[in-house]
Design a protein around this ligand. Structure first.
Ligand code: 6GU
Length: 230
């Protein structure tokens, strides 16, 4: 998979890509990520990328020219899936992450809350939001999308089953996990996990996932029940 990220703040993005799972995915060539500073595509002397809005009002608006120029300079941009990060987009979910992770090439554009020149929208295939709250910049949101997609690329997670077990892939939250010590400040690990009885452990985990989901996320639990009925 290839990912190009258009941003004004490469330093917000690059360090995150150079640690942990993201670093591993790049090092083992599961993904090729390019970070592009679209300020470099501004034609004026001061390298501006935004301007005051027509019609007046507070804040600045991201200009169309530098963005589209940067987009068109990306090799293979015609065939790539082009994603615009904006709080006005469709909500990002695990299902969406799965669909997006199947693309060979995606381009992700990070913007600013104040807004895009409306004409920028015409050059993108999909607008994505990561939730109903406002971030100062789309970089943080883009990293969320990249992380969720990359970990789903086959081979990126060393334990192949762990993406399958994730919360949300089956509409259930994960069961409680424990490691050493057996007792910490009087809190003991449930006996069943020490029993060595694999089947009992499996059914205990499923029960725990179900009761936890029912209590914390009744909305998800409803979907779980519906999916079981199908
Ligand atoms: Cl994609 N961008 C910004 N600035 N804020 C957000 C968002 C995106 N998604 C949720 N909040």
């Amino acid at each position: 998979m290839r990912i190009d990220i258009l941003t004004l703040f490469p330093n917000m993005i690059e360090p995150v890509l150079n640690e942990s799972m993201m670093w591993r995915a790049k090092a083992y060539k599961f993904v090729n990520i390019n970070v592009i500073d679209y300020r470099a595509y501004s034609e004026d002397k001061r390298k501006t990328v935004d301007d005051t809005p027509y019609g007046g009002g507070a804040g600045m608006v991201l200009r169309v020219e530098p963005v589209i120029k940067a987009l068109r300079d990306i090799d293979g941009h015609e065939d790539a899936l082009k994603i615009l990060m904006t709080p006005q987009g469709i909500p990002f979910t695990q299902t969406r992450a799965k669909t997006l992770s199947k693309n060979k090439h995606v381009i992700i554009m990070c913007g600013h809350y104040e807004g895009y020149d409306e004409r920028i929208r015409d050059y993108f295939d999909v607008e994505v939001s990561i939730g109903d709250y406002v971030l100062t910049s789309g970089e943080v949101a883009a990293l969320v999308v990249v992380d969720a997609m990359v970990r789903l690329i086959p081979g990126v997670l060393s334990n192949a089953s762990s993406a399958e077990d994730d919360s949300f892939s089956n509409h259930l939250l994960e069961y409680p996990q424990y490691t050493r010590p057996r007792v910490f400040e009087g809190k003991a690990v449930p006996d069943i996990l020490l029993s060595g009885h694999h089947q009992n452990i499996q059914s205990w985990r499923l029960e725990q996932s179900e009761s936890r989901t029912k209590k914390r996320r009744p909305d998800l639990y409803q979907k779980y029940k519906e999916s079981k009925e199908k």
